[in-house]
Design a protein around this ligand. Structure first.
Ligand code: J2J
Length: 539
């Protein structure tokens, strides 16, 4: 098994320690400390359940010990594909306590993505729900059990079948848990949004991630009295760490798990639980703004609405304070590391027109032109960054690492303009991914699925600006000679390939040829740009 690691050059590591960023904290110690300091405080609220810090810590530790009893050993990877329920946190903190390494998948992922992540991480076990949103995760796990040689255990949060373990039955004496891990060791793997091909594994260490949580909690004003509501998937880096659920735990605050992002569910919960801060992607923020204008809900407890994951346009951003009565915080982050926030006391104009500035004084930011030369402030360029919580390599991806990292800097693929204050304004992407309501989708990956269709000769996938989603997926399909596939059938075909639903094109346009500049003679990137421009000219 290839170990997961993440390292920084010695001089930078020493600096980050000397400046107090890396304090040697670890996840098992963090939750244990909160449980010791304020055992009875509510850590999690879910439907009618309230779970204290003491209970969460105990349940997680017993579960972690039970996993070791199953035969898993520290360092083993465990895929976690759970939604916004307390089991996600029992699983994550149980794994931390046992020295096992969670690899987070999204609930929307299907066989293709899950198999890839299991294989890439050489996972020994996976933790899944029984059923959620009409999908039976157990059936998928059974299919994968034969396909992924390393996979030994399927653990079901809910009703388990004969070939699975029930999560509830896995428990043992925490005395058998190992000593706390090395703070420099990898705590878990996040996954990349993927601009080329399938997701890559992003190993994050205890020290680096906890630094970003601690500072995020401070920047977002979290304290023990704060109530953070998780609306977006909890496995997403934004919801986990900016400051997210883990940042809330860091601050000893309460996390409320919202069963659905729609205003009918979320607004009453905000009032009932006194939610002080929550986080949305732009399309949801727009939905909430419109609903709040109609419904006049009681949102008086809400102090901060964070919006991030995709660009929130100033016209929409401007509506947040008057309509919701709270401060907007724009968040521009990435699972690879760097996170930017507008500060709560920034001028309103800065809050509505920028995507914030970095967490750390040691986040090094480069904005470069196409030739790699720095551009002056205010001029858009490619954003590169390195710092105390930004990775310098994906797990076991030599080709992608050569493309994405240079001299310790991560090439974010984002085009930004920096203001003299250090605030960044996101202008777009250099690469070919589609940011559909905050979900990042690789054009190449969707094209590959389309090309597998027997009637498809070639396919080019582009992002099109969309009033609701921010961007939508538009696929140009050139059929094989004599074939006339219907868009409906192409969609059905893609669904049958068991991929996350958010990757199915919103629009499929059949096309006779890709113009005079034949495919193969110019780069696909260029072709995508050309087609995108044509669509925009039509609209
Ligand atoms: C424009 N583009 C944005 C923003 C992310 C906090 C918040 C978000 C993420 C996230 C995260 C954007 N405006 N406000 O991990 O901790 C686009 C950029 C970026 C990519 C990263 C966090 N906020 N983006 O979205 O790994 O293109 O992380 O490079 O999913 O989302 O996506 P992801």
């Amino acid at each position: 098994m290839k170990p997961l690691s993440q390292t920084w050059p010695q001089d930078r590591a020493e600096r980050y320690r000397a400046r107090g960023y890396w304090q040697g904290e670890t996840f098992p110690a963090l939750l244990r400390a909160r449980a010791a300091d304020h055992p009875d405080r509510t850590a999690l609220v879910w439907r009618d359940q309230r779970i204290t810090y003491l209970e969460l810590n105990d349940q997680a530790r017993r579960f972690g010990a039970g996993l070791l009893d199953l035969g898993l050993t520290p360092g083993d990877r465990v895929l976690v594909q759970l939604g916004n329920t307390p089991d996600f946190f029992r699983a994550a903190f149980g794994l931390f306590a046992a020295g096992l390494i969670p690899v987070y998948a999204l609930p929307a992922h299907r066989r293709t993505e899950v198999e890839h992540l299991l294989t890439r991480s050489e996972a020994r076990a996976m933790i899944i729900p029984d059923k959620a949103d009409g999908f039976d995760y157990r059936g998928l796990a059974d299919e994968l059990a034969g396909a992924v040689p390393t996979l030994r255990h399927v653990i079901v949060a809910g009703e388990a079948g004969p070939t699975h373990h029930a999560m509830i039955g896995i428990a043992a004496d925490p005395a058998r848990l190992p000593a706390d891990p090395d703070p420099q060791a990898v705590a878990f793997s996040q996954i990349s949004g993927g601009s080329t091909g399938l997701s890559k594994l992003i190993p994050r260490t205890h020290d680096d991630y906890i630094y970003s949580l601690r500072e995020s909690a401070r920047i977002c004003g979290l304290g023990p009295e704060s109530v953070y509501m998780a609306v977006l998937p909890v496995a997403h880096n934004f919801t986990m760490s900016s400051p997210g659920t883990f940042g809330a735990f860091y601050a000893g605050a309460t996390v409320v798990l919202c069963p659905s992002p729609v205003p009918d569910a979320a607004f009453p919960l905000i009032a009932k639980e006194g939610v002080t801060i929550t986080a949305l992607v732009p399309p949801l923020a727009l939905l909430w703004l419109d609903a709040a204008q109609k419904m006049q809900p009681d949102l008086s407890s809400l102090q901060v609405l964070q919006v991030g994951g995709a660009k929130f346009l100033p016209e929409s951003a401007r509506r947040v304070r008057p309509v919701l009565g709270c401060t907007l915080q724009q968040v521009f982050g990435m699972a690879e590391g760097l996170v930017n926030y507008t500060r709560l006391d920034d001028d309103e104009e800065v809050i509505v027109t920028t995507q914030g500035r970095p967490i750390s004084p040691d986040d090094e930011i480069l904005v470069l032109d196409d030739d790699g030369q720095p551009v002056p402030d205010g001029v858009p360029g490619h954003l590169l960054t390195r710092g105390p919580y930004t990775i310098s390599a994906y797990h076991d991806e030599p080709a992608a690492n050569a493309r994405s990292f240079e001299d310790g800097y991560y090439r974010t693929g984002d085009i930004v303009a920096r203001q003299p204050s250090g605030h960044l304004v996101v202008q777009g992407r250099a690469g070919d991914h589609i940011n559909r309501a905050g979900e990042k989708i690789s054009a190449e990956e969707v094209e590959d699925h389309l090309l597998a269709h027997p009637d498809v000769f070639d396919a080019v996938v582009v992002s099109i600006p969309d009033a609701h989603l921010g961007e939508r997926i538009c696929a140009f399909v050139k059929p094989r000679d004599g074939a006339a596939p219907r868009p409906l059938d192409i969609r059905k075909f893609m669904r049958a390939r068991q991929i996350a639903a958010f990757k199915i094109p919103d629009e499929i346009r059949l096309i006779d040829s890709f113009g005079t500049t034949a495919v193969g003679k110019i780069s696909r990137r260029h072709l995508r740009q050309q087609l995108r421009t044509e669509v925009l000219a039509d609209e």
